[in-house]
Design a protein around this ligand. Structure first.
Ligand SMILES: [Zn+2]
Length: 141
């Protein structure tokens, strides 16, 4: 599954409904031409006293043709970051206690495989990946 402006919103919608009770508003979407970052959640914090975040974007790399289950797990991974930010939950680090608590609950309940990192060495690459020379064995979600 190649991340684009159709596949990302479709997968977002499905995962938001299925795992977050439809509670997350539609974000912006972005594409990054990166081998060493598969997906990212970016946001801006709001001022004190207002809703915790005011702008949010989900980005995927266009260098891979992700297996469908990987695409889903990456999306849920980013939605956990989104959920934590949206609800103003404090975590001790990026993939801290709160993140792992939610990830483990979803993994157990739905048989997902949400991890901190993913090994992308076996994923097929798109022609967009050929612009890159350097290779990294372990890649961050
Ligand atoms: Zn992450």
């Amino acid at each position: 599954m190649i991340a684009d402006y159709n596949t990302m919103p479709e997968m977002f919608s499905e995962c938001n409904k299925m795992y977050f009770n439809g509670s997350l508003p539609t974000p912006k979407y972005g594409i990054m031409n990166k081998l060493n970052t598969l997906a990212r959640f970016e946001f801006n914090r709001n001022k004190k006293g207002k809703h915790p975040i005011k702008w949010q974007e989900i980005k995927f790399s266009d260098c891979y043709d992700f297996p469908e289950d990987v695409f889903l797990n990456l999306m849920v991974h980013e939605l956990i970051h989104y959920y934590i930010a949206w609800n103003g939950i404090r975590d001790n680090k990026d993939h801290g206690k709160e993140f792992m608590k939610i990830a483990n609950e979803l993994n157990e309940k739905y048989g997902l495989n949400i991890a901190k990192k993913y090994d992308a060495t076996s994923f097929p690459r798109t022609e967009k990946a050929h612009q890159h020379k350097g290779l990294m064995r372990f890649l961050f979600g």
